[in-house]
Structure formats: C-alpha cells, structure tokens
Design a protein around this ligand. Sequence first.
Ligand code: GDP
Ligand code: MG
Length: 163
Amino acid sequence: MANIVAIVGRPNVGKSTLFNRLTESRKAIVDDFSGVTRDRHYEVAEWIGKKFTAIDTGGFVHGSDDIFEEAIRDQVHIAIEEATVIIFMVDVTTGITDLDDEIADLLRRSSKPVYVVANKVDHAKLHHDSAEFYAFGLGEIYNVSAATGSGTGELLDAVVSHF
Ligand code: GDP
Ligand code: MG
C-alpha cells in the first residue's frame, strides 16, 4: 500500500516550494507537456528511511474565480480520497482567508490525518502569528518556512509516523 502525502491549499501559500523541498526536484513547476497543463504532480520522497509519494496540487488553468475555486475544491476532494496524510498549507503573512476556511471545512469532514502547516514563518517573531490557525479546529499548527526549510523536519517526523 503506497504512502501518499497530498499538499493542499489556496494559491501562493507555498505548496510547490514545499513539494520541491520534499522531493528535491524542480518538477512542481507547471509542465506544459503536449500543450496540456497537468494539474497535479507526483514525486517520490523519503524521510528517515521512509518512502512516500508527495502530491503537489495546484497549477490550474486560470479561468474565472468561480472555476478556479471549484478546481481547488476538486483537488481537496481528490486528496481526501487518495492521500494517506494531508498537508493543509496556509500563509502566516496573510492570515485566514475565506478560501482557507472553505478548505478547512472540507478537511474537517475527512477521516484522514490532516496537518495544518503555517508557511512563510521565516522569522521567530512570526511564530505567534500562526496561533490564529487553531480556529480551523484541525489540531496542532506546524510552523515552517518552505523557502529556508525551517520547521520542515518536525513536520516530516510527524507525517511519516503514519507510515
Ligand atoms: P503555491 O501556489 O501554493 O504552489 O505557492 P508557491 O510555492 O508557488 O509559492 C508562492 C510564492 O510564495 C512564491 O513567490 C514563493 O517564493 C513564496 N514562498 C514560498 N515559500 C515561502 C516561505 O517560506 N517564505 C516566504 N517568504 N516566501 C515563500
Ligand atoms: Mg504551486
């Protein structure tokens, strides 16, 4: 049985940056293969000897805002079905948005383990700002900086504990 970790969240929170760090690849960048923009990206990753498949969601074809939000909801539903563990990424520099709340509502109804990851915690002084994400009711908040890698080790320790 494959171990699958899906990274979900609204655009620009840093999903692809984390995916690249986990998989040490540049393949999360939109792949224009055959003129078809793929909307998900799978790559094998490994942490403390445990292998898993990471899924980067996003990279959608931009349409109206409604279609865009619908596409994100679809991705969350697929992640809930396919993933062993879900990483729900939010952005500490913007705080909670309506779309974050919508995604949180979907994830609360899932029986899969969900890790709320506050990204862009680039400085220690931002650690306290992420406390607002406890309002999702999805448990512990993991502070990371996908850009520097800070906090990603603790997150991965928790994620691979399911495998
Ligand atoms: P995605 O749309 O969720 O896949 O987000 P991306 O990974 O494409 O990142 C969106 C923007 O946030 C880019 O400009 C990244 O460089 C930036 N970003 C990602 N992670 C961090 C981080 O930890 N700190 C800061 N300051 N910026 C970040
Ligand atoms: Mg992306």
